[in-house]
Design a binder for this molecule. Structure first.
Ligand SMILES: NC(=O)c1ccc[n+]([C@@H]2O[C@H](COP(=O)([O-])OP(=O)(O)OC[C@H]3O[C@@H](n4cnc5c(N)ncnc54)[C@H](O)[C@@H]3O)[C@@H](O)[C@H]2O)c1
Length: 389
C-alpha cells in the first residue's frame, strides 16, 4: 500500500493549474496545494474573475507565483501546467477533461466524474490516448478509516459479505437549490448535469459502499445487478428538477454477491452517513470511523489520520505519485466510472420518474427509512405503504 502513504514525497512537485476558483470546493484544493510540497500552484482560471470570492482565490494563486487566465482553454496552453484540478459544475466535467488530455495534461477531476456513462467513457478514452493520469477527487476513498476497514474485511475477518445497508442522510434548505444556476438541474447548456442527491451528495458514500464490498489490492468499485429504484422530490424549490431522495435495492456483482439497500436524501433532520456490512461471521460499520465486529472476537476501530481527516491529502498524493511513477491512482477513472454507471442505472430503473411528495412528510422520514431497512423494500412496497409513495 505504498501508494497510499501520507508521507510520499514527489520530486519535482507537480505543476498544477486550478480550473474553477470560486464555489465551495476550489478554495479547499488551493489550501491542499499551498501546504502540500508535492504540488506547485502555477496557474488558475475562472470565467468570473470579477466575482469578489473568485478574485480572492485568484490572489492566492498569484501569491504562490501562478498565472491567472479568464478561461480554461488559455490555461491549457500554458506549458508550465503539467496537471489540472477541475472544480467546475458537473455538466462541464467531460468537456474540460477531454480538452485537458488533448493538451497533454494530467487530470484530477472533481466528483462526479461525469453524470452520463458515455461521457465517462469518452474521458477514459481521451486519457488512454494521451497516456496521462486521470483521477477523480473523491477524497473519502483516501481516508485511513476506510482503507484499513476495507483491508480487514477482505482479509476474511468477518467472513462472507451477505448484506450492505447504505444511508447517506443530509439536510439542505430550499435556498440551497437557488445558490447556482446549475444546482438541481437535469440538463445545462444541452449537457447532462443530473444534480440530484445521488450525483451531488450521496455519490461519495455510494462509491464507498461499492468499494468496501469489492476485493482487490487497490480500491475497486463493484458493479450492481437486479437494481430497483424509487426517486422522490420533497423540496418545493422551483429550481430543483431532480430527486432529493433516492431509494434502491440491488445485488452486487462481487464473489459474495451481497444484497444492497440504499437510502439517500437531502431532507433528513438527522445528518448521518453510514455503511453497515453484515457478514456470515460478523459485522462491519463505516460512519467516518471504521468498526470491525467479528463474532466471538474483540472489536477493532479504525480511525482517520489526524493529518488527513478527510482523505484529501492521500488522494492528491496518490495522483502525484501516479504521474511520477506510472502507478494507478486510488481514484482511477477506470474504477470511478462504475459509480456513475450505478447512479445512472438508478435513474433508468426508475424510468426517470421523480415523484413529487409533500414536504410535510419529511417529518416522518426516519421512521420510513427504518422500515425500508427492515423490510428491504422500496416505499411503494412497504406495509403499511406511506401515502406519498
Ligand atoms: N469533493 C467534494 O466534497 C465536493 C464538494 C463540493 C463540490 N464538489 C464538486 O465540485 C464541482 C464544483 O462545485 P461548486 O459547488 O464549487 O460549484 P460552483 O458553481 O459554486 O463553483 C464553480 C466555479 O467554477 C467556475 N466556472 C464555471 N464555469 C467555468 C469555466 N467554463 N471555466 C472556468 N471556471 C468556470 C465558476 O465561476 C465558479 O467559480 C462540482 O462538480 C461539485 O459536485 C465536490
Amino acid at each position: 500500500m505504498t501508494d497510499l502513504d501520507l508521507h510520499t514525497r514527489i520530486s519535482p512537485p507537480i505543476a498544477m493549474g486550478q480550473i474553477g476558483l470560486g464555489g465551495g470546493i476550489a478554495p479547499m484544493h488551493l489550501t491542499e496545494m499551498e501546504k502540500n510540497p508535492n504540488f506547485q500552484l502555477v496557474a488558475g482560471c475562472d470565467i468570473k474573475l470579477d466575482d469578489p470570492n473568485v478574485a480572492k482565490q485568484a490572489a492566492r494563486v498569484t501569491t504562490a507565483g501562478g498565472k491567472i487566465y479568464p478561461d480554461y482553454q488559455s490555461l491549457l496552453q500554458d506549458p508550465r501546467v503539467e496537471a489540472v484540478c477541475i472544480a467546475v459544475p458537473h455538466f462541464l466535467h467531460r468537456a474540460v477533461t477531454v480538452a485537458a488530455f488533448q493538451a497533454k495534461k494530467h487530470v484530477l477531476c472533481e466528483k462526479p466524474m461525469a453524470t452520463h456513462p458515455d461521457e465517462c467513457r469518452m474521458m477514459l478514452e481521451a486519457r488512454n490516448a494521451s497516456g496521462r493520469v486521470g483521477a477523480v477527487q473523491m477524497q473519502h476513498v483516501g481516508r485511513s478509516s476506510m482503507l484499513s476497514l476495507r483491508q480487514a474485511i477482505h482479509s476474511g475477518a468477518i467472513g462472507k459479505i451477505q448484506e450492505i445497508f447504505l444511508s447517506s442522510l443530509w439536510w439542505r434548505e430550499e435556498s440551497y437549490y437557488g445558490r447556482a444556476a446549475w444546482a438541481g438541474k437535469k440538463m445545462m447548456e444541452g449537457q447532462w448535469n443530473l444534480d440530484g442527491v445521488m450525483f451531488n451528495q450521496a455519490v461519495h458514500f455510494i462509491n464507498q459502499a461499492l468499494i468496501l464490498a469489492s476485493p482487490g489490492d487497490l480500491p475497486t468499485v463493484a458493479r450492481a445487478e437486479n437494481l430497483r429504484t424509487a426517486l422522490y422530490r420533497f423540496h418545493d424549490s422551483p429550481s430543483l428538477e431532480m430527486e432529493d431522495t433516492a431509494l434502491a435495492q440491488a445485488t452486487l456483482a462481487t464473489p459474495d454477491r451481497p444484497r444492497l439497500t440504499m437510502v439517500a436524501t437531502t431532507c433528513s433532520r438527522q445528518e448521518r452517513h453510514m455503511i453497515e456490512i453484515l457478514a456470515d461471521a460478523g459485522r462491519a460499520v463505516w460512519n467516518g470511523t471504521g468498526y470491525l465486529l467479528p463474532d466471538g472476537q474483540p472489536a477493532t476501530e479504525f480511525h482517520d489520520d489526524a493529518r488527513d481527516f478527510d482523505g484529501n491529502m492521500r488522494t492528491f498524493n496518490s495522483f502525484a505519485r501516479a504521474i511520477r511513477t506510472r502507478s494507478t491512482p486510488i481514484t482511477d477513472f477506470s474504477q470511478i466510472l462504475k459509480t456513475t454507471d450505478f447512479i445512472f442505472s438508478c435513474y433508468q430503473t426508475a424510468a426517470w420518474n421523480i415523484k413529487k411528495a409533500p414536504w410535510a412528510a419529511t417529518e416522518n422520514l426516519s421512521a420510513i427509512f427504518g422500515q425500508i431497512a427492515r423490510q428491504r423494500a422500496l416505499p411503494t412496497e412497504l406495509n403499511p405503504r406511506p401515502q406519498w409513495a
